[in-house]
Design a protein around this ligand. Structure first.
Ligand code: MTE
Ligand code: MO
Length: 250
């Protein structure tokens, strides 16, 4: 628990400091006060939306890749379905895509690999204070969404994972803007090899404008929803339910 609070203070603390420096004694409007009170989350969200829905994060060269990319959080799936799929080398694994879509579907790894692919070398920033530059290959989430046709009231994409802390399964969520961002991919490859189990095999999310914990590993199911209220603790992710920001903009 103390680790959670420390991490949270790190993010929101930075936001407060930055804004307080700018405000310095100005009479602030109610909306600006809102922004200050909500801290870094709102600031990062608004900044990203201002620079544009498709603004790309920096991509790096092969020479800049980290020699070691550590794992963090859970390093294996733990549900019977994931374990059974792992035992077939993920040949039997299927991604379920459901919720507010016209055509719910299931995609095996071969089907995902047959879709248009994207490779990007990006920097992963963990809220615990480490970063690593890695090469990710996968299918843009937009390609998958195009095949299931989201309904107009779909507002969030929820990622259901196969690992747990205690009794709680890991999950995450992003909005439709990040879902359609060109660098948002379902990665099945890392550093020119198949995605290793420790990094979230068979697929993990890369959502490059946000911190490490948003990048869900061991994905089993993608669900489109209108509200995050009924899911987990209602805050949009495993760590969000424990105090982290939902919008973890970098
Ligand atoms: N399913 C799942 N996804 C997860 C985690 C996790 O524990 N379970 N940890 C998150 C955190 S905090 C980080 S920093 C990254 C770590 O990814 P890596 O193991 O590839 O370094 O995965 C994120 N995604
Ligand atoms: Mo992290």
């Amino acid at each position: 628990m103390s680790r959670v609070l420390t991490r949270r203070r790190l993010i929101t603390g930075l936001g407060y400091t930055a804004i307080a420096g700018t405000v310095g004694g100005l009479a602030v409007s109610p909306s600006f006060r809102d922004l200050v009170l909500k801290g870094g989350e709102t600031l990062a969200y608004n900044t990203h939306r201002l620079v544009g829905r498709d603004a790309l994060v920096r991509e790096y060269s092969e020479a800049e890749m980290s020699p070691d990319f550590r794992t963090n959080g859970n390093t294996t799936g733990a549900t019977p379905a994931w374990e059974a799929a792992r035992d077939t080398g993920f040949a039997d694994w299927e991604l379920e895509v459901s919720g507010l879509v016209e055509n719910p579907a299931r995609f095996g790894l071969d089907a995902l690999r047959a879709m248009p692919a994207r490779t990007q070398i990006t920097r992963h920033d963990c809220v615990e204070g480490w970063s690593a530059i890695g090469k990710w290959t996968g299918v843009p989430l937009s390609e998958v969404l195009d095949r299931v046709t989201p309904k107009p009231n779909a507002r969030y994409v929820v990622f259901r994972c196969a690992d747990r802390f205690g009794l709680s399964l890991y999950y995450e969520s992003i909005d439709m803007i990040d879902a359609y961002h060109p660098q948002t991919i379902l990665a099945y490859g890392m550093n020119d090899a198949d995605l290793q189990i420790g990094h979230g095999a068979p697929i993990r999310l890369r959502v490059e404008r946000q911190l490490g914990y948003k990048n869900a590993k061991f994905i089993m199911k993608i669900e489109l929803v209108e509200s995050l209220a009924g899911i987990g603790g209602g805050k949009g992710g495993f760590w969000e339910d424990r105090g982290y920001e939902w919008y973890a903009g970098i």
